[in-house]
Design a protein around this ligand. Structure first.
Ligand SMILES: [Zn+2]
Length: 270
């Protein structure tokens, strides 16, 4: 995976603690980032993405309690698998997620809802695309803002559009939305924190547009399946993440199919 925007060392806001889950891998980078948010002097904190069902990791999170609630960015197991168990360890703390299948003791989050927690103002950002249920959290504490992006944008490399649950058109719209957060610290689901959410989102948009140009060229040269697209556009893909490239190629083909339906006058009449 190539680096989107260069390496940098970003100091975390003082109200944020990173607890990284011990699940490194080709899709999870160094492991899932579990974030604990606590305003200065506040008794209760908030958790973003409890991560996998790993008892040691969940016990470490629980030591940072008590919590108002546990937030989930999306339903992939490396983010949400431990949520119900963490809730249980904490004596029933609510789990708030956009997808009702992942909530515990709470209604599903409304997209663009505001949540209050001691000293923290939390806005849900509706950012589908990586998955249908992907959301981000824009959090302000003491005049300082940070965006928790889950897998919508990562600290390094690129992310996957997990077709058919994910959707490339929705994903491009979500990336455009994240370009609004100039110089706002970005705290992703995997990889390091980044200083400027907008810059990372713009780099992802450029990357996606470059890929679509490559896919259009591959189709023009005769590629007629996701497998053929992967062979043409991702020739050096590592075997362990090849399935993700196939998902992305399917998402790209679906996006281009809809684009051609939406603009039939651009089609060759023959
Ligand atoms: Zn994910």
């Amino acid at each position: 995976m190539r680096c989107m925007g260069g390496a940098e060392v970003v100091k975390l806001p003082g109200w944020v603690t990173l607890l990284r889950a011990p699940n490194p891998g080709p899709m999870t980078l160094d492991g899932t980032n579990t974030w604990v948010l606590r305003a200065p002097g506040a008794e209760h904190a908030v958790v973003v993405d409890p991560g996998p069902l790993d008892e040691g990791h969940l016990a470490r999170i629980a030591e940072h309690g008590p919590f108002h609630f546990i937030l989930v960015t999306h339903g992939h197991h490396d983010h949400v698998e431990g949520a119900a168990r963490l809730s249980e360890l904490l004596g029933g703390t609510a789990v708030l997620a956009a997808d009702p299948r992942h909530g515990v003791a709470a209604e599903p989050l409304d997209r663009d809802e505001w949540l209050g927690a001691a000293g923290l103002e939390i806005q849900v950002l509706d950012t589908p695309g990586h998955t249908g249920d992907s959301i981000c959290f824009l959090v302000e504490c003491g005049g300082e803002r940070a965006v928790f992006t889950g897998d919508t944008v990562l600290g390094r490399g690129t992310t996957v559009v997990a077709w058919p649950d994910g959707d490339l058109g929705a994903y491009l719209t979500s990336l455009a939305r994240l370009t609004a957060y100039e110089q706002v610290v970005m705290l992703p689901g995997h990889g390091p924190a980044r200083a400027d959410c907008a810059a990372v989102a713009r780099a992802y948009l450029d990357h996606r547009r470059d890929r679509l140009t490559q896919v259009r060229a591959a189709i023009a040269a005769g590629a007629d399946s996701a497998e053929a697209i992967v062979a043409a556009v991702y020739p050096d893909i590592a075997p362990e993440v090849r399935f993700a490239a196939v998902w992305s190629a399917r998402a790209q083909l679906e996006y281009l199919r809809r684009e051609s339906q939406a603009a039939p006058e651009q089609l060759d009449p023959l």
